[in-house]
Ligand binder design. Structure first.
Ligand SMILES: [Zn+2]
Length: 112
C-alpha cells in the first residue's frame, strides 16, 4: 500500500518535473526573443504580447513548482509511514483518495 503510493508519487513527480523543464525552456526561448526586440520594446506591438506571455509562463512555472513541492511533501509522509491529514478539517485523508491523488492535502469532503 505504502509502496503503491510511493510509486504513484514518483511517477507524478517525474511528470511534474518534465512539465517544469518544458516551461523553463519556453521561458528561455522568450528571453532570447525579448533580447532580440528589447531595443524599442515599448513601440513594438510584439513587446506587449511578449510581456503577457511572460507573465503567463511565470505563473505556470510557479504552479508547477508548487505541485512539485506538494508531491515532495506527500513522498515524505509516505516515508514516515504517515497517512495524510486534511489541512482543513484535520481528519485523515482516505487512502483511496491518496492513491488517486497522492499530493492531496484535503479530504474529499473539504475538496468539494
Ligand atoms: Zn477535510
Amino acid at each position: 500500500m505504502a509502496d503503491a503510493r510511493a510509486d504513484g508519487i514518483a511517477e507524478r513527480r517525474r511528470e511534474a518535473l518534465a512539465e517544469l523543464e518544458d516551461v523553463d525552456r519556453q521561458l528561455a526561448d522568450l528571453r532570447r526573443m525579448r533580447e532580440a526586440v528589447h531595443d524599442d520594446d515599448e513601440h513594438d506591438p510584439d513587446g506587449v504580447s511578449l510581456s503577457s506571455e511572460w507573465s503567463r509562463l511565470e505563473g505556470l512555472r510557479q504552479t508547477r513548482i508548487d505541485a512539485l513541492a506538494a508531491l515532495d511533501e506527500a513522498a515524505a509522509r509516505v516515508e514516515r509511514g504517515q497517512g495524510a491529514i486534511c489541512s482543513v478539517c484535520g481528519r485523515p485523508i482516505a487512502p483511496e483518495r491518496l492513491q488517486a491523488r497522492p499530493q492531496a492535502t484535503t479530504c474529499i469532503d473539504c475538496a468539494k
